[in-house]
Design a protein around this ligand. Structure first.
Ligand SMILES: COc1ccc([C@@H]2N[C@@H](C)[C@@H](O)[C@H]2O)cc1
Length: 449
């Protein structure tokens, strides 16, 4: 392997208590909110088919029109306590808020730019009240920060001239100042979720980013930073030039999920997911497929079954309201979480063979296993295949009248349990308490072939 000055500084998972807390969340809420929520995917009566938070890049919206939107930012209905309460009811255990998206508009009063909320009609800090409201609900707050900043005169996507390089030095200092300012102002934040770090200019900043990450980690010990911040000595992000994970968890699963445990490479990871196909900021006219609560619950369960966290996105509108579709989804997901959170919180992967009926999760403390059933087989028989020397001691419904199941052994380490309800109304959770046998119990004899 290569000797890297600024590659991964740790091999394998972080095992400190703050990272264990992150690993055990299961479910988070992303909030994308900013000036893009004002046009909401339309301008001059034209419909913008791209991601609403990227409307500035659309030829249908002149840059100066977008940049002047701040003069209209006055979300009088913004109610951080209501947002935090809704997130609590939904079962989110952490929240990631856009402090500054690619447009460079800051939702906090920044000392280092005038392009922030204090110069908009609203005139007040947005981030502070959100952090306070979510902390009060016991939901950990993480700060999304886009390095790419279309508003700053020193930003460059690539460094071609001496002038570029000089301007970019000023941009780097600005970026450092804003990040340290955010950690100074909001010290209860548990981590940073970086975006906008794919530019060639940033990929040359291995040393700067490495030092800045260390400086931030000194400011807030245990700070959690994913793989989308630092480039290594050769400009590689997420995984360094030796293939080792950069940062504390993998941040590559955006609007997609790993399919197998192997896809996760055994790392910690999060999946961040939009409700429509590809809208993070508010778009008033969602087109194409909008995910149902069952689809989102299945993505959440699949994420936890593969040792990841699932982060569902909300895009409040220009007045600071959460749209009705998102409120309805939060309610439906919350109803399921209220009854089944034991299969999500503090749970992760177990190496039992995946079956068609759904997913296994395992509580990392108790070892209790959960079957989350999405697909009831025609014959109602749920197949369970375990590694050798596993005894299934007790199997019962998580909810309802504590119905127990007697596993029918059909082969060695293979069983059926029989569902008797006709149709599943919601994803059903069955609890398995198991123990490791000291010796292989007498079981099915394999044919000699
Ligand atoms: C060029 O492709 C993208 C796609 C999405 C993004 C941003 N990452 C998501 C978390 C949203 O913030 C989206 O705007 C940036 C560039």
């Amino acid at each position: 392997s290569m000797t890297l000055e600024h590659g991964a500084h740790r091999i394998g998972k972080r095992i400190d208590s703050k990272m264990s807390r992150w690993r055990n969340y299961g479910f988070g809420q992303f909030i994308h909110w900013g000036l893009y929520a004002i046009p909401g995917g339309h301008w001059n009566g034209e419909y913008y088919g791209g991601a609403a938070e990227w409307i500035r890049s659309w030829k249908g919206m002149p840059n100066e029109d977008y940049d002047n939107l701040y003069t209209e930012f006055d979300p009088v209905d913004f109610d951080p306590k209501a947002w935090a309460e809704q997130a609590k009811d939904m079962g989110a255990r952490y929240m990631i808020i856009t402090t500054k998206h690619h447009d460079g508009f800051c939702l906090w009063p920044s000392e280092f730019t005038d392009y922030d909320v204090t110069n908009a009609p609203y005139g007040q800090d947005i981030i502070g009240p959100l952090v306070e409201a979510y902390d009060a609900e016991g939901i950990d707050v993480y700060l999304y920060f886009s390095v790419m900043d279309w508003n700053h005169p020193g930003y460059r996507s690539k460094l071609e001239t001496a002038e570029d390089r000089e301007a970019y030095e000023g941009f780097k200092e600005f970026t450092r100042n804003q990040l340290l300012e955010l950690l100074e102002r909001y010290p209860s934040t548990k981590g940073l979720w970086f975006d906008g770090t794919w530019d060639a200019a940033w990929k040359e900043q291995a040393e700067f980013a490495d030092n800045l990450a260390m400086e931030m980690r000194e400011m807030i010990p245990g700070l959690i930073i994913g793989s989308r911040f630092r480039p290594d000595d050769y400009g590689n992000r997420h995984f360094d030039s030796n293939g080792d994970l950069m940062g504390d968890y993998e941040q590559g699963w955006e609007r997609k999920l790993p399919d197998t445990y192997e896809d996760t490479k055994g790392n910690d990871w999060d999946c961040v997911m939009t409700v429509p196909e590809n809208q993070w900021g508010y778009h008033s006219d969602w087109r194409g497929h909008v995910k149902t609560s069952y689809e989102l619950i299945e993505m959440l369960v699949k994420s936890v079954s593969l040792d990841g966290n699932f982060v569902m996105n909300f895009g409040p509108n220009g007045q600071g309201e959460i749209r009705k579709e998102e409120r309805q989804l939060a309610k439906e997901i919350g109803e399921w979480m209220h009854k089944n959170q034991k299969a999500i919180y503090d749970c992760g992967y177990i190496d039992w063979e995946k079956q068609d009926w759904g997913y296994y999760t395992r509580n990392r403390e108790s070892g209790e296993v959960y079957m989350i059933v999405f697909n009831k087989p025609i014959n109602g028989a749920l197949r369970i295949k375990t590694p050798a020397k596993i005894n299934l001691d007790k199997i019962f419904d998580l909810n309802g009248p504590q119905k127990t199941y007697r596993p029918e052994e059909i082969h060695r380490n293979e069983y059926f349990i029989h569902l008797d309800e006709a149709l599943l109304e919601t994803p059903k959770v069955i609890v398995i308490q198991y123990s490791e046998a000291t010796n292989q119990t007498k079981g099915y004899d394999k044919a000699k072939t």
